[in-house]
Design a protein around this ligand. Structure first.
Ligand code: EAX
Length: 323
């Protein structure tokens, strides 16, 4: 009996003395509500990290709808990750701006295939030279024009509209070429600008319009699908490079889970979003004159071909599954 008690006592003492497994807190931000295509990606990332590391890493998800600020915070290490559209990313890694060219991608399969191919992975590899880690391409979606002045069926209807754009020179040039008045601002400033009439309209994917109830401040939606907007999971290099091989593999698995959840939600939002926005009172024009938009943007395309690697643009356009 005494022997058992001694063993129990020794076991208890050892348990008390053993250091609890150290826990590292990790912060990830994104610009949208929790119930959104970024939010579900963030939750999938959090759950997978915590499961695969047995809770040694705890991920806190926070909202920051100023994406440029979030990228800067990730760069200096006041947070470890952010999910952001490529809107402001071109100010950090100019090579990524090629992805923001209007009408570059045919559809979601084309965009996802290119980003997951060597083309997309080569662009992610360019983040490290700018003090960031391009962990994985995620998705924002095909962008559509909304405004509160008139239905938009073709480029003539965009002329004279004050359109909020992201702080993205490729998008700004496109709307300038169409004769609109592009007004760049962070997403955090968008709704007040629409409410105060500082701008007439904006352009965003269906998932963003739905998640932020932009139907409350915009009357007309036109499915222009004028730009595919990638999103990207960005990491802090100091944190990333400190991870041992097993933990890095866990974070990479978590990134894959985030991408799947995010893209699945975009697909779902695209299927139900138009009906939902009509029910919420928006006037939705589903067919626009895409050929006329592309023709009107010809001068901008010329400029893009001079500004970017024309061969890369052609590789992206020509990309097919299995290529
Ligand atoms: O990333 O700023 C924008 O319009 C973005 O699409 C939004 O923040 C989601």
């Amino acid at each position: 009996m005494r022997l058992t008690r001694r063993f129990l006592a020794a076991g208890l003492a050892a348990a008390v003395a053993a250091p609890a497994a150290a826990q590292t807190n990790v912060t990830l931000t994104h610009a949208l509500p929790l119930d959104s295509h970024y939010g579900v990606g963030a939750v999938a990332f959090k759950e997978t990290v915590e499961r695969l590391t047995n809770g040694r890493y705890r991920v806190t998800i926070q909202r920051n709808d100023n994406e440029r600020e979030a990228i800067e915070a990730t760069q200096i290490g006041t947070q470890e990750f952010t999910i952001t559209s490529t809107g402001p990313v071109g100010n950090f890694i100019p090579d990524t701006l090629v992805l923001d060219i209007p009408f570059l991608f045919r559809d979601y399969a084309h965009a996802r295939g290119v980003l997951d191919s060597a083309i997309g992975q080569d662009l992610l590899a360019k983040f490290s030279a700018r003090g960031l880690v391009g962990v994985a391409w995620m998705e924002n979606g095909f962008r559509n024009v909304t405004n509160s002045r008139r239905e938009v069926a073709g480029p003539a209807d965009v002329q004279g509209l004050k359109i909020r754009t992201m702080e993205n020179p490729v998008h700004m040039r496109a709307f300038q070429t169409l004769g609109a008045l592009p007004t760049p601002m962070a997403f955090s400033e968008l709704v007040p600008a629409l409410q105060q009439g500082t701008v007439d309209g904006q352009e965003n994917p269906i998932p963003v319009i739905v998640a932020n109830n932009l139907n409350q401040v915009q009357r007309y939606l036109s499915l222009t699908r004028h730009v595919y907007s990638p999103a990207v999971l960005i990491g802090n290099p100091a944190f990333w490079n400190r991870l041992n091989a097993a933990d890095k593999a866990a974070f990479q698995e978590a990134a894959k889970a985030a991408v799947k959840a995010n893209r699945d939600r975009v697909t779902a939002d695209e299927q139900r979003g138009v009906t939902l926005l009509r029910e919420r009172g928006m006037t939705v024009r589903e067919s626009v004159d895409t050929a006329a938009f592309q023709a009107a943007l010809a001068p901008a395309f010329e400029q893009y071909r001079r500004q970017f690697d024309a061969a890369l643009i052609q590789r992206i356009i020509d990309w097919k599954p299995g290529s």
